[in-house]
Design a binder for this molecule. Structure first.
Ligand code: GLN
Length: 450
């Protein structure tokens, strides 16, 4: 019964969360009450789904792993949560993340450390690190994450599970705390490609409260499962298969290409010439949007409020100084700088132009191929603390995932082998990128690895 399933997940959380730190909080009584009312005729009937702590679920915390929102409770359900409930799912538990989704390791959380279930000394990736660790560590059946520059795909890769970022606009962003609105997208993290397809069926669709949500047909994504891939053209970007990639990651990805070929797919070398400016373009556009989105946290309307400010200006300044962590402050400073008069043309407008070139690279490549593949991350999971004081090195690791968000495309990460590091075999993820709205082909190719 749904009650037993919720109870089982809760028991796993109680036993393992102290060492893994995937969840920040959970409300068992509430989930059991909802389980008792579950509509079992629905495809997700009674299935508990863990939620990244940046999506509003009525009455529950929504901290964004920030001191700023540590005591905040959501006054409504996000659009994606409403859809999940309509499919019969039960949102259960709040998952750790990098503060306001800024990071790739979950080490930027102000509220706790999440460890990789495959090796507890290592990061789970991020920013949806709690969402991936919970699935990989069997503390959840499936979870929701958000992806602005790789935050679903990269932690899925590093923890050895499946994560898909759909086409920009497929899933409502209403009630997702905004990081960079033109890049943010919600998606599922699951154990199998089939589960990802099933969840997508119930998450996608137009929401009039998100003006960028797309009014397009939602296909049955599970139709992609169990099909052959004969004759599909698989693009291999020459700029992606570069030195600097971990040898074990390269080997796994090369083996994946061989496997696709043996199943009848046709590898085609393609070029994405503006790959080298992807990360720098992202680190202008994302902080610019973040700096305006985070202006709302002023200590007045919601969130942390400084004690005893002398005047209104100090009220704002102290509340923000105390509420935000160092990475969030770094992004706000970067963002306000590139948007300031005098620098706007030099940085922001230039980045918008580069973004167009990156999108056009993909458009051109997709004239030749059906999907494009790459490693999801150039390295397997780092040790906790390894990159903590080197934000630039961490930024560069998102080289394969970031261009996908800049172009608004769908992409999945699916486990494709392991890489040896420090005497351990660590998961490697293969990224499969599709044409706009062509999640079906992305899922179909990913399913070849099940
Ligand atoms: N790692 C990237 C960043 O720090 C992407 C994060 C995300 O997708 N939310 O911005």
């Amino acid at each position: 019964s749904p009650r037993d399933i919720v109870q089982d997940v809760a028991s796993a959380i109680q036993a393992q969360n102290p060492s893994m730190g995937a969840y920040l909080s959970w409300d068992l009584d509430k989930a059991l009450t909802e389980a008792d009312k579950a509509d079992l005729s629905q495809p997700l009937g009674g299935i508990p789904i863990g939620i990244k702590d940046n999506m509003n679920v009525l009455g529950e915390p929504c901290t964004c792993a920030s001191k700023m929102l540590a005591n905040y409770r959501a006054p409504y359900d996000a659009g994606a949560i409403q859809k999940l409930r309509a499919g019969g799912g039960i949102p259960f538990g709040r998952l750790n993340m990098d503060e306001f989704a800024m990071g790739s390791s979950t080490e930027n959380s102000a509220l706790g450390t999440t460890r990789n279930p495959r090796d507890l000394e290592r990061i789970p990736g991020g920013s949806s690190g709690g969402s991936a660790a919970a699935v990989a560590g069997n503390l959840a059946i499936a979870t929701l994450g958000s992806d602005t520059g790789g935050s679903i795909r990269q932690p899925a890769a590093l923890c050895g599970c499946v994560g898909i970022k759909p086409t920009y606009g497929r899933i409502s962003r209403f009630g997702l705390v905004a990081f960079a609105s033109s890049l943010d997208q919600i998606g599922p993290i699951t154990k199998t490609v089939e589960d990802a397809a099933l969840l997508l069926n119930h998450l996608c669709g137009k929401d009039s409260r998100d003006s960028t949500s797309l009014d397009v047909e939602v296909p049955d994504f599970t139709a992609a499962i169990g099909r052959d891939i004969k004759g599909l053209r698989i693009g291999l970007p020459k700029e992606y298969f570069i030195s600097g990639i971990h040898a074990g990651v390269s080997a796994s990805v090369n083996a994946a290409v061989k496997k696709l070929e043996s199943l009848g797919a046709i590898p085609v070398e393609i070029s994405l010439p503006h790959t080298d400016v992807g990360v720098s373009t992202y680190y202008i556009i994302a902080p610019a949007e973040a700096s305006t989105n985070l202006a709302r946290f002023d200590g007045v309307r919601y969130g942390h409020r400084a004690a005893d400010p002398k005047n209104l200006l100090e009220h704002y300044m102290l509340s923000r100084e105390q509420g935000f962590g160092p990475e969030v402050k770094r992004r706000i400073l970067l963002g306000t700088y590139v948007l300031s008069s005098g620098y706007y043309d030099a940085y922001y407008i230039k980045a918008q132009r580069a973004r167009t070139l990156i999108r056009q690279d993909f458009e051109k490549a997709f004239e030749q191929v059906d999907v494009i593949i790459s490693p999801t991350s150039p390295t397997p999971a780092h040790k906790l603390g390894e990159l903590k004081d080197n934000p630039l090195a961490a930024y560069l690791e998102d080289i394969f995932t970031i261009p996908v968000n800049l172009a608004g495309l769908p992409a999945i990460s699916v486990p494709c082998g392991t890489a040896e590091e420090g005497g351990k075999q660590l998961p490697v993820g293969l990224q499969i990128i599709g044409k706009p709205l062509d999640e079906l082909t992305v899922l179909r190719v990913a399913d070849a690895f099940e």
